[in-house]
Design a protein around this ligand. Structure first.
Ligand SMILES: [Zn+2]
Length: 92
């Protein structure tokens, strides 16, 4: 996949993960695909989505640091605390 293709992928509006295939899309309550969210954030419809923004920052920081995207968790948390609130789920 080229960088251009990667940039065009739909992004989960809860955790910011780019979704590379329809299997990674979340679901509506009726089981149909919801490409706004990933399957991890939204497996059973938006009404059933759990967790707070703070928990999302913690979880993503741990995963993304493991993936080597950030030098350490403190940096990861700082970046995520600035980025995640721009996604639709957290915009109020
Ligand atoms: Zn997600």
């Amino acid at each position: 996949m080229t960088r251009e293709e990667y940039m065009k992928l739909p992004i989960c509006q809860s955790c910011g993960m780019p979704m590379q295939s329809p299997e990674q899309y979340g679901k509506h309550a009726d089981g149909s695909a919801n490409p706004e969210y990933c399957i991890y954030c939204c497996p059973e419809g938006e009404e059933k989505m759990q967790g707070t923004l703070e928990e999302m920052i913690e979880t993503c920081a741990r995963i993304e640091t493991k993936m080597g995207l950030h030098p350490d968790e403190a940096t990861a948390k700082e970046k995520l605390a600035a980025y995640l609130p721009t996604l639709r789920r957290w915009k109020k």
